[in-house]
Write a protein that binds this ligand. Structure first.
Ligand code: PMV
Length: 374
């Protein structure tokens, strides 16, 4: 007899077993306007059977174009080696790492659950682990949405694989729902697609166009064109230096908007970021990493001019520069992370750590969302 997982769960309601689980990092989502996922290292005793489904998705780092992308210029993001993994097992009630699933605390997860499984679906315990630091511009929240979406789509569809387009659309709408209707699809598309992703308000000639994302925002209808890029492989690495300072994206974006409103001439700086991003994009496609690094550093100078850097970021950037091909802040700035492109990740990491930053190393272009063995 053929039976879907969904139907099976309804029939075979499981008994919970108490089992202590050790995790490198466990987490909960939160809805305080901070779009990053909350990581809280702790052990938890909770109901747990062999997971029914598991999935993982990468974090992201913006190589070019942050802030300018808000005004339609292209931005380029790379999927990181760092990932979040989620495992879902049948349980007596819905929970996330031992806490009850709550629409305010876990808006992304509730949105995806309602979308893929339905509000009345049999409850599951969700466990999250991974190595993407939260609230640092590395896309931990989007990675969680992508992985949860993939796991739930699998539960609902059985063997029929969900398309990247559908999954990235669902993850994007979950992010938007959790962020009062304001979310670019940058993080979610990169987490779903993996590799290198380009976002723009128009179809770019560089890269392969993948799909259009649309969103009704409080400011009106927005459209993004999403492209995939396949740069030639090379022995280069990204070193991410975390300042440990948290600056909310919304505040940084509002600051730029205010600066432009006060002096519309400054729109030229936004266009200049777009020009540098397109130059960086072309260099990436040629595999010319010296030129990629150069464009990253140029992009940083423009971001600094816009006022979105910080003393802490500048200190880490200065430390990384001598051993790098290029260095810039990544994400919204004001704190969070900087990124260095380097052929010598050990030396660059050491320099950043000596200057007080915490580091992560990643190669470029990692795999997107995937189902995992359970
Ligand atoms: O720090 P992140 O990953 O939230 O990146 C923000 C990127 C911005 O361009 C500043 C905002 C946006 O919505 O694109």
């Amino acid at each position: 007899m053929l039976i879907t997982v969904h139907a099976f769960l309804r029939l075979a309601f499981p008994v919970q077993h108490a089992l202590s689980m050790h995790r490198q990092l466990s987490s909960e989502d939160r809805s305080d306007g901070n779009k990053e996922y909350e990581g809280a290292s702790r052990d938890a005793s909770m109901g747990q059977m062999t997971p029914t489904v598991a999935a993982s998705a990468p974090g992201k780092c913006i190589l070019f174009g942050e802030h300018a992308v808000v005004y339609g210029e292209p931005a380029v993001a790379v999927a990181l080696e760092q990932r979040l993994r989620v495992a879902l097992s049948p349980a007596a009630s819905w929970s996330v790492d031992g806490s009850a699933l709550h629409p305010e605390k876990h808006p992304h997860i509730v949105h995806l659950r309602n979308r893929f499984l339905g509000e009345d679906s049999p409850p599951m315990a969700i466990h999250i682990q991974g190595d993407i630091p939260r609230a640092s511009g590395l896309g931990s929240s989007a990675s969680l949405s992508a992985a949860i979406g993939a796991a739930m789509a699998h539960l609902s569809n059985g063997t029929v694989a969900v398309s990247n387009d559908a999954l990235s659309e669902a993850a994007h709408s979950a992010e938007a729902a959790a962020q009062l209707g304001r979310a670019s699809p940058m993080d979610t598309s990169t987490s779903v697609e993996g590799g290198v992703v380009v976002l723009s308000d128009r179809r770019e000639s560089a890269g392969e166009w993948a799909y259009t994302r649309r969103l009704s925002t409080p400011e009106g209808e927005r459209t993004w064109e999403v492209h995939r890029l396949d740069p030639p492989p090379a022995e280069v690495y990204l070193v991410l230096g975390n300042t440990g300072v948290h600056a909310p994206t919304s505040k940084q974006v509002a600051m730029v908007a205010e600066a432009l409103a006060m002096n519309p001439e400054r729109r030229r700086e936004i266009q200049a970021i777009g020009t540098v991003a397109r130059r960086g994009l072309a260099a990436l496609l040629r595999g010319d990493y010296e030129a990629v690094g150069h464009a990253m550093s140029e992009n940083h100078l423009l971001l600094r001019g816009l006022g979105v850097s910080s003393d802490e970021l500048e200190e880490l950037i200065r430390a990384a520069l001598p051993s790098s091909l290029g260095v810039k802040l990544t994400g919204a700035g004001g704190g969070g992370c900087m990124v260095a492109l380097t052929r010598d990740p050990k030396q660059t990491s050491e320099a950043i750590e000596l200057a007080g930053g915490r580091t992560l190393v990643s190669k470029l272009g990692n795999e997107g969302v995937r189902l995992e063995q359970v």
